[in-house]
Design a binder for this molecule. Structure first.
Ligand code: UT7
Length: 325
């Protein structure tokens, strides 16, 4: 049976130049390199320069993804940009990227699912492509979390960083089997009962301010592994595949302990896990495409490899995408 599959034609990423190490952070807030590494695995994070905004990061990642895919900006008909730190309340940061790429056709919009944003955006692109509404999408995760952190709050400011990653996703013909290249299945969930466990305490309608990120870290941690493993098991159920079939596990990079515990619970061996949290910190919607791009460019991920992407974040939102590269 012939089916439309959304295949990834290429990827790219961008990190701001400035690196902030744990030791540098420990000079301004009561923390230590030892605590941060032990509790999170994070060693450093990148911080956007003054005046460098989310769309700048997104645009750089998008250009690299287009180049890697061998496609022109004019080939793109849909841009979906996942971010919780847009340049402005409106217009969507995606339209700034669209203008930056010189695209005047098609549609561009933002997606807000915080750390799960990239998984939600990729799933949306897949739905657009499979329905025939779109032929080729640029899916971007881009964040400047440094702008919404309370730099006096050691329980949150040590965890996050800035960055962007992008993929070009396009329609291709598949046979409807697990051997097809492209997205094989995806599973999205949210549960708003948990909305106060990870949130920003400002917003245009509520306070007319931007606000700062607030998190009950222990509470988030408590739910993370169960939610992550549930949506991955949904993907296994939908396809009949198992952890044994995976070539790479590319999780959202929030905390190495969460990544390790999820992999352990799913029987995924450590050598199949792509981990970049040590270098990037938690870059929210950008973390998966940043990790993916790192593993593609260093030659780990190869054509036809089976990849499991997953994320969990504020809302709570969580989801998985199983795709063959
Ligand atoms: O991407 C979205 C999803 N977000 C996440 O996945 C984050 C999930 N949560 C976590 O990753 C972890 O809960 C944290 C890394 C945030 C915290 O680790 P934890 O092992 O849960 O530590 P804790 O919150 O239980 O805090 C332990 C102690 C506390 O001191 P007391 O009360 O035991 O005296 C904290 O005050 O560590 C203290 N602490 C710190 N100490 C040094 C908290 N932050 C720091 C810090 N430096 N930066």
């Amino acid at each position: 049976m012939s089916v439309i599959r959304s295949t990834v034609a290429g990827c790219g990423s961008y990190l701001p130049e400035k690196i902030l190490t744990n030791n540098e952070l420990a000079k301004t807030v009561d923390t230590s390199d030892e605590w941060i590494v032990q509790r999170t695995g994070i060693e450093q994070r990148h911080i956007a320069a003054e005046g460098e905004v989310t769309s700048d990061l997104a645009l750089a990642a998008a250009r690299r993804a287009l180049e890697h895919a061998g496609r022109d900006a004019s080939d793109i008909d849909t841009i979906i940009l996942a971010t919780a730190t847009p340049d402005h309340t409106f217009p969507a940061t995606a339209v700034t990227v669209q203008a930056g790429l010189g695209i005047t056709h098609g549609a561009a919009f933002d997606m807000q699912a915080v750390c799960s944003g990239f998984v939600f955006a990729l799933t949306t692109a897949d739905a657009y492509i499979r329905s025939g509404m779109s032929k080729r999408c640029l899916v971007i995760g881009a964040e400047t979390f440094s702008r919404i952190l309370d730099w006096q709050d050691r329980t949150t400011c040590v965890l996050f960083g800035d960055g962007a990653g992008a993929v070009v996703v396009e329609a291709a013909e598949g046979r409807g089997s697990n051997d097809d290249r492209g997205i094989l299945t995806s599973h999205l969930r949210s549960d708003g009962r948990h909305k106060d466990k990870l949130f920003v305490d400002g917003g245009p309608s509520a306070t007319q301010t931007v606000g700062h990120l607030r998190m009950e870290g222990r509470e988030v941690f408590k739910h993370a592994v169960g939610m992550i493993t549930d949506v991955i098991e949904d993907a296994y159920e939908a396809t009949g595949l198992t952890s044994d079939d995976l070539d790479w596990f590319i999780p959202h990079q929030a905390n190495k302990r969460i990544i390790d515990a999820s992999a352990r619970k799913l029987n995924i061996p450590p050598e199949k896990v792509v981990t970049t949290v040590q270098w990037h910190g938690n870059t929210s919607a950008a973390s998966i495409p940043l990790a993916l791009d790192a593993a593609v460019r260093d030659g780990r991920v190869r054509r036809n490899d089976l990849l499991m992407l997953e994320a969990m974040g504020g809302g709570f939102t969580w989801g998985s995408v199983l795709l063959r590269w």
